[in-house]
Design a protein around this ligand. Structure first.
Ligand SMILES: [Zn+2]
Length: 234
């Protein structure tokens, strides 16, 4: 359904408050996939007069009430309304999350920056930072660490059923050593695969071990406490 800004009735059609189709997005503030309600809509008279190529609309997240800024390209300017293209740019993207505290310090610093690049749609900066994050992880894992990480990534490829051609650039970025200049260029889809694969590799190599060690420590603590109780009651 077309999105239109009318002189008389403001926002009409898709993504409007009473439109048949509500806008739902992952909120960049609360992270909830939530309905968005129009909060601030440009004045159609002004747009018809000034004929901009893009317009900004502010929606309110129904979950946390935060303002969410979207930019739409103008499709057509008529005498009484402005029509917008349906695809929009989210000016603030949700932050990618990870259990950073389980990573080695150096890897954590690099991987935080990698995910910031990804959230900012800078996919090749993201790829470069993934290589640095991975290299620092191999160092932290010690001897045989890179091989172990490679095996984890191969398992991930198999589980996810990703074909070798799509997977080749991801392997090059994570495992081939050489100049940064030789890194393949990534599009959004490939960057998304790289993101999930590297998160999974870090999970298998660090987070899983950290969580398990912590959980076992807690169990052991309670068992010891329990024994103490039994001893007391005996
Ligand atoms: Zn929200």
């Amino acid at each position: 359904m077309a999105i239109q800004l009318h002189r008389a009735d403001g926002l009409k059609g898709g993504f409007s408050e009473n439109g048949e189709e509500r806008l739902a997005l992952e909120c960049p503030y609360c992270g909830v996939y939530s309905n968005m309600t129009p909060q601030s809509v440009p004045n159609a008279d002004r747009l018809i007069e000034s004929k901009p190529k893009h317009v900004g609309l502010v929606y309110q997240c129904d979950a946390c009430r935060a303002p969410v800024f979207l930019r739409f390209a103008v499709k057509e300017i008529a005498a009484d309304h402005v029509e917008l293209y349906r695809n929009f740019v989210e000016l603030e993207r949700p932050k990618e999350r990870f259990a950073y505290s389980y990573l080695p310090k150096h890897t954590e610093v690099l991987f935080r920056e990698a995910l910031a690049c990804y959230s900012g749609n800078n996919f090749n900066a993201f790829a470069s930072m993934c290589r640095r994050s991975a290299a620092s992880a191999y160092t932290a894992l010690g001897e045989g660490g890179k091989l172990r990480a490679f095996e984890e990534v191969m398992i991930a490829q198999d589980i996810a059923g990703i074909d070798d051609d799509s997977f080749a650039p991801i392997k090059t970025i994570l495992f081939e050593s050489g100049d940064e200049e030789s890194l393949p260029l990534l599009n959004r889809v490939q960057a998304g695969i790289l993101l999930e694969v590297l998160k999974d590799m870090f999970y298998q190599c660090f987070v899983r071990r950290g969580k398990l060690t912590r959980a076992l420590k807690v169990r052991r603590f309670f068992v010891q406490e329990g024994r103490g109780d039994l001893a007391d009651s005996a």
